[in-house]
Design a protein around this ligand. Structure first.
Ligand code: TXA
Ligand code: MG
Length: 342
């Protein structure tokens, strides 16, 4: 792949000057010219391209090293764009859009043909979301185009929650990045299939199951999220995502962490602990702490990247309860750990 000079536009989250508006307009123009632009959302950074152009979208797969059978989410800045993208909007979808858009909820709907076929990886459905981050919304509104955007990381790396993470993975491979500081939630959007009579959760994320069920009643959960033996409905969920280089092991109790840390240190390994809860005094080489479920979600991917950079050999992570955003945290941790849990 040819080397690209990656341009950076640094803007404030609230876009508080004409100069910053002009920078976002330039980035929007570049997307219209079928270039690849990374931008912040309230979940993680996205890598955007014109969703109507096969060639533009093909560059996303090439830059990320993404398997071609993994469909992309289409981002819109205005609900009126939806009619051109999907065949119909069921009542449940309307209720959820009213409750959670703009926000961290991706809705899977029956796709129209306008979208480039590589966006949907040949499926008859498309995932659509309207992000709430002011920079993302402004960029999408300035484009006036549907923008296909996966997380802006190399495939298999933790999703990027700062512009520095994007640069670390994709510098020289993409045309530009709008740097709007660190993202909010820190984990990806919830993916919900609303094309079925009873909607089904494909990926837990920023909007919790409890919040969704409060609006439309009981939903189904893709069985693959709860047991390892069925194939996930969302192609992306089958890959060993979110993996740092170090070995990751999930641990339920502090007693076990103390014991495991001592053992690993005896073996001369560099040990890291991500203490998602509590204040226990771990004797590890590196310790990072989450102060609440929300804070844990916000820092999770950055912590995994930091541990790698500091050369950790093994990472012990304290598990969290699967309520609220805890369901998404545990889903990502289970993937990072490849199922290893003590
Ligand atoms: O928060 C997010 O969703 C971020 C930001 C940038 O918006 N994007 C993101 O995209 O996480 P990505 O590509 O990393 O994850 C998209 C997930 C994948 O698991 C993919 O398989 C699934 O959504 N997906 C997309 N379209 C789908 C479809 N039509 N049917 C089933 N799953 C779909
Ligand atoms: Mg991703």
């Amino acid at each position: 792949m040819n080397y690209k000079q990656t341009k950076q536009w640094i803007v404030d989250k609230n876009i508080d000057s004409d100069k910053q508006t002009e920078m976002i307009q330039e980035a929007a123009l570049w997307i219209k010219q079928n270039k690849l632009i990374a931008f912040p959302t309230e979940t993680v950074y996205g890598l955007g391209a014109n969703a109507l152009s096969y060639e533009a979208v093909a560059q996303i797969f090439a830059a990320k090293g993404r398997p071609s059978d993994n469909p992309l989410i289409v981002h819109i800045g205005d609900s009126s764009q939806l009619d051109k993208l999907v065949k119909s909007i069921p009542l449940n979808a309307n209720k959820l859009m009213a409750a959670f858009w703009p926000g961290a909820l991706t809705l899977i709907l029956e796709a129209k043909e306008a979208i480039a076929e590589n966006v949907t990886a040949g499926l008859s459905t498309v995932g659509v979301r309207m992000p709430s981050h002011p920079v993302a919304l402004k960029l999408l509104q300035e484009c006036g185009l549907p923008v296909a955007a996966p997380s802006a990381n190399m495939s298999g790396r933790p999703s990027p929650t700062t512009a520095a993470h994007v640069i670390a993975d994709l510098d020289g491979k993409i045309d530009g990045i709008v740097d709007g500081g660190s993202t909010g939630i820190g984990l990806e959007s919830t993916v919900l299939d609303v094309s079925k009579p009873t909607p089904m959760l494909y990926r837990p994320g920023g909007v919790s199951v409890e919040e969704i069920e409060a609006v439309i009643g009981k939903i189904d959960i893709d069985p693959a999220l709860e047991t390892a033996d069925s194939a996930p409905k969302s192609p992306g969920m089958k890959y060993t995502h979110y993996a740092p280089n170090a070995e990751v092991i999930l641990v339920d109790s502090d007693d076990s962490i103390h014991h495991l840390v001592a053992e690993a240190k005896k073996e001369g390994r560099k040990v890291a602990v991500f203490a998602t809860t509590g204040t226990a005094d771990y004797k590890a080489d590196i310790v990072r702490r989450g102060e609440s479920l929300e804070h844990t979600a916000h820092i999770l991917y950055g912590v995994l990247r930091d541990f790698d950079e500091q050369g950790a050999d093994i990472i012990y992570v304290k598990t969290v309860p699967t309520e609220g955003v805890g369901r998404a945290i545990m889903n990502r941790l289970e993937k990072a750990a490849g199922g290893k849990r003590v």
